[in-house]
Design a protein around this ligand. Structure first.
Ligand SMILES: [Zn+2]
Ligand SMILES: [Zn+2]
Length: 368
């Protein structure tokens, strides 16, 4: 069987890289026993990450060159997003999963990572729907849809809660949205998301194998949905799977004449959740991407460390005041405090007037 050959080649590759590359590096870094005992698991994630980077570089990137949606004079702004992707899939993800998430899972008594493949959660789909137990492919898609629903809910909160938007706005500040943009995130934002997804994994009782497949399939689809390509899926398929145009609308700059238009298309894989909860937007021409708030747009002048620091300041500025907890669109003032969008003249903000000049009610410093 060809599939068996492929599988044994994969097992041999994992053992070889684990013994000759990952274990020596972990030993040299004086990583603890806990991490070293997971050398094979880390290698597996590393090789999956490498495969993901290859698909982006060898498939998605040439598609962007052949069928670009936006024409750019150069791709300079996309380089930082490529660095974000390489750092995450080849560094943070494999190490973080087994240094933090796996011990945390054991501590909480669950086994969402690295446990036996028959892990049982609080809500087990095969127990709820016994017919699913005999259809592994259907079961996989059912879990995928459930995880997508959890991500949809999380994503709504990332936009609605100003302190969370302080972090998530870094993902949206990119004006050259490309196949590398998916991993341009604040690391605290990633941590919050990972904790929520891991908790969902425990509740649903997904096995580690299913979980790894879910992560890879989801990541590739999300990489493609950010790509700068004008390929469309067609009027039926674009209701079933998120296509690049669909997610591009989610990244659009605020339209001052339709200030709520950009609050759309939050789903990552299945538009179903947007359709069910009334946030799907179809038939709209794409607008330029990015964030009109000058404090967030400033991310584009910074490197990775500067972006992480600035987004953390927005988060901290918002978490300390009441406006930071009140749901709704905000912009950030020079002291990283959130200003509700209703208090701003969006036309003036778009024209580059700056936040203070765009305020409808100018605030007096030291006002009681
Ligand atoms: Zn978003
Ligand atoms: Zn995005």
């Amino acid at each position: 069987m060809h599939f068996e050959h492929l599988f044994s080649a994969w097992v041999v590759a994992v053992h070889w890289f684990s013994a000759h590359a990952v274990t020596p590096v972990l030993t040299r870094l004086h990583a603890g026993h806990e991490l070293c005992s997971h050398a094979d698991d880390i290698t597996r994630l590393l090789l999956i990450g490498l495969a993901q980077v290859c698909v982006i570089a060898l498939v998605f990137r040439p598609l962007e060159a052949r069928f670009p949606f936006e024409h750019w004079p150069d791709r300079r702004a996309t380089r930082i997003d490529r660095a974000y992707t390489l750092i995450k899939v080849l560094g943070i993800l494999p190490l973080f999963t087994f240094a933090v998430m796996e011990p945390l899972g054991h501590w909480l008594g669950g086994d969402a990572f690295g446990g036996p493949d028959d892990a049982a959660g609080l809500v087990s789909l095969p127990q709820l729907f016994p017919a699913l137990a005999h259809h592994p492919v259907l079961l996989f898609w059912a879990y995928y849809a459930l995880f997508d629903l959890v991500q949809y809910g999380t994503h709504r909160l990332q936009h609605a809660i100003p302190w969370w938007w302080g972090l998530h706005s870094l993902h949206h500040s990119q004006r050259q949205l490309s196949c590398w943009s998916n991993d341009r995130d604040h690391y605290l934002d990633d941590l919050l998301e990972a904790l929520i997804l891991a908790a969902a994994g425990m509740v649903f009782g997904t096995s580690p194998t299913e979980y790894a497949l879910l992560v890879l399939a989801g990541a590739l689809l999300e990489n493609f949905s950010h790509a700068n390509v004008r390929l469309r899926f067609g009027p039926v398929l674009d209701k079933l799977v998120v296509e690049p145009h669909y997610h591009r609308l989610h990244h659009m700059l605020v339209d001052p004449d339709r200030p709520n238009l950009h609050n759309c298309n939050f789903s990552f894989a299945f538009p179903l959740w947007d359709i069910v909860f009334g946030t799907a937007l179809y038939g709209q021409a794409a607008r330029p991407t990015g964030v009109g708030d000058p404090m967030v747009d400033r991310d584009n002048t910074l490197g990775i460390v500067g972006q992480q620091r600035e987004a953390l300041r927005r988060f901290w500025g918002a978490i300390r005041c009441r406006a930071g907890w009140r749901p709704g669109d905000v912009a950030f003032d020079a002291r990283h405090r959130p200003v509700p969008a209703q208090e701003l003249d969006l036309h003036r903000l778009e024209a580059g007037a700056g936040l203070e000049a765009a305020r409808r009610v100018p605030v007096r410093e030291n006002a009681a």
